[in-house]
Design a protein around this ligand. Structure first.
Ligand SMILES: C[S@@+](CC[C@H](N)C(=O)[O-])C[C@H]1O[C@@H](n2cnc3c(N)ncnc32)[C@H](O)[C@@H]1O
Length: 236
């Protein structure tokens, strides 16, 4: 596996475990019987088939690395007119989201139970209204920084995928990653950081529930930052 330069396409593994403890019988059934119907496919033409009835929904959001899925399920319950695409390679997290969906009977979620990067290349330009990357794996060692999912390559992909005025939401509790994110995203000519005052990046927006990872970070004395960028309108 090539291990030089920043993470771009699917040249390098960016995530940790694919599976933790054994799934409960209920969750295993959900993985076996429900997940296949929610998995988007990259079709022969290289496009993404989201599958399933869109029921007139043309708004699409993407959450990358949804962990246990509590934030994604919260958003899906409050935005029934939006289809939310979630990417997470950790099977136990996928099973946890499936259980939330089963409990709430939400039908506006699709799940990529894998690396998001091929989808960042296959989704159509200007198809996403919002992209969320909340507490991505920090890869703290300097030699692993190139595995970070937020980097100049992904900033370009996000920009291509967002509609005009679309929103990119990033969060991290690792200050070195916050600086890294700013260095990767802030200079992008088509993205604008929306913060006007410190509270805009220190305080979690009201329409953004705490994730499991954020709770752990706060308990460990690491207050996070919340960075929101807006895609500039395309010209011409
Ligand atoms: C530190 S966890 C944060 C989970 C969740 N967002 C939260 O705030 O609780 C980062 C997650 O990103 C996922 N991840 C890492 N690389 C990924 C990739 N290339 N595509 C999709 N998800 C990825 C990991 O499996 C992990 O669950």
């Amino acid at each position: 596996m090539n291990d030089s330069g920043p993470a771009t396409g699917s040249d390098r593994r960016l995530y940790g475990r694919r599976k933790g403890h054994d799934l409960s019988a209920r969750r295993q059934v959900l993985v076996d019987s429900v997940l296949p119907g929610l998995r988007p496919r990259i079709d022969a033409q290289g496009g993404v088939d989201l599958k399933g009835p869109q029921a007139g929904r043309d708004r699409l959001w993407l959450e990358i690395g949804f962990g246990a899925g509590e934030h994604l399920a919260w958003q899906a319950a409050r935005h029934r007119d939006v289809t939310i695409l979630g990417a997470e390679p950790f099977l136990n997290g996928v099973a946890s989201l499936l259980a939330h969906l089963d409990d709430t009977k939400l039908d506006n979620v699709r799940i990529i139970d894998n690396d998001v990067r091929p989808y960042l290349e296959a989704l159509p330009a200007a198809s996403l209204e919002r992209i969320m990357v909340l507490f991505p794996d920090p890869w703290p060692k300097a030699r692993h920084h190139k595995r970070r999912i937020v980097n100049p390559w992904s900033a370009d992909r996000f920009c291509d995928l967002l509609i005009d005025g679309g929103e990119l939401r990033l969060a991290t509790d690792i200050m070195d990653y916050a600086r890294w994110m700013m260095a990767a995203v802030w200079p992008h000519p088509d993205l604008v950081w929306t913060a006007q005052r410190p509270g805009d990046w220190r305080d979690r927006p009201a329409d953004w529930p705490e994730t499991r990872y954020e709770a752990k970070a706060r308990a460990a004395g690491r207050p996070p930052v919340f960075l929101t960028f807006r895609r500039k309108p395309r010209t011409g």
